[in-house]
Design a protein around this ligand. Sequence first.
Ligand SMILES: Nc1nc2c(ncn2[C@@H]2O[C@H](COP(=O)(O)OP(=O)(O)OP(=O)(O)O)[C@@H](O)[C@H]2O)c(=O)[nH]1
Ligand SMILES: [Zn+2]
Length: 357
Amino acid sequence: MAKRDIGTDDPRVRVRPGKGSRPRTKVRPDYSDAPKATVISVDRGRFRLVMDEGTAVTAVKARELGKGAIVVGDRVSVKGDVSGKPDTLARIVQVQARKTALLRSAEDGETKGNSKVLVANAELLMVVVALADPPPRVGMIDRLLVAAYAAGMTPIICLTKADLASPEAFRALYEPLGVRIFTTALGDSEHANQDNANALPQNLDYQELREFLKDRVTVLVGHSGVGKSTLFNALIPKANRPVGHVNENTGKGRHTSTSTLTMPLPEGGYLIDTPGVRSFGLAHVTDEGLLAAFTDLSELATACPKGCPHTATSPNCELDEWLKEANLSAEEKSRRESRVASFRRLLESRQSTTNNA
Ligand SMILES: Nc1nc2c(ncn2[C@@H]2O[C@H](COP(=O)(O)OP(=O)(O)OP(=O)(O)O)[C@@H](O)[C@H]2O)c(=O)[nH]1
Ligand SMILES: [Zn+2]
């Protein structure tokens, strides 16, 4: 292969002379002065980008980039027409290394065990949990926390529908983890109405949440019906996410939309909505990664016998010692049991996933 041949016959790809010392076949073009952009949506091979100076453009992936996926949140270098005018198309020529990558492993079907990057470079994972209707599902929440830590992201929890049920029990369970928890009640328009403010429970954190999200990039995840769209619309009034009904676009019923939406927050920062997260496989996370997400348990486990797998049958596992501690209140005992059970359930579910894959 000739020294300058980078394996493309695309005449638009300009190649600068490489340094003599570089490996012969890997002479890469220098795009350091190409304009940079962030991917805000992906639709069948077309990427919607916001250039750093603000223009929105549509782009395709340059052939030389090969097969790797480009996802929402990726930072990219762009060539070609970046005017953003109708019918123009730019070219993504380079993808920067990701600071964070939110992955999800398929849990069933043909792709079982394969993992996929959902969003790149986001800082926060906001797990949206309804206090009622539907009630919180601890297993899913724990999975999402694990996925966040494994992604290099910081998880936070937003409790919704506090007008329907008290957040106390949930807070008692999750506050010891050091995860920030915000409680909201935004639902029906009557609740959003200021005249009705007295009807709302005390101690709601909606304004604190707004402040917290300012200037950060946050991914929203949660089950259908927990109030994600309601929250999204409250935080970004012009977003107009459809509330209370599902997916007119595909007509395939619930959870079939795959489009991930990025919207700027009025105060600065971005919200990213990921529809259709029904399950969140964790096959890509190691056992250590799993334990690290249980911040309350991971410290205990450092005192376990060497190589302890921390299951219910592991001899002298510190997690069991923690459960057996003397003089615990009934509440604390049940909280600890719930935490250990959560962790062990995830551990087991992953083992069966990996073994059957
Ligand atoms: N009472 C009450 N209802 C709420 C609240 N937030 C949302 N709801 C209602 O819950 C229902 C579902 O809300 P959505 O915002 O559509 O929930 P979603 O999570 O986006 O659901 P999908 O679009 O299916 O993923 C709607 O009828 C909302 O009006 C709340 O804080 N309190
Ligand atoms: Zn152990």
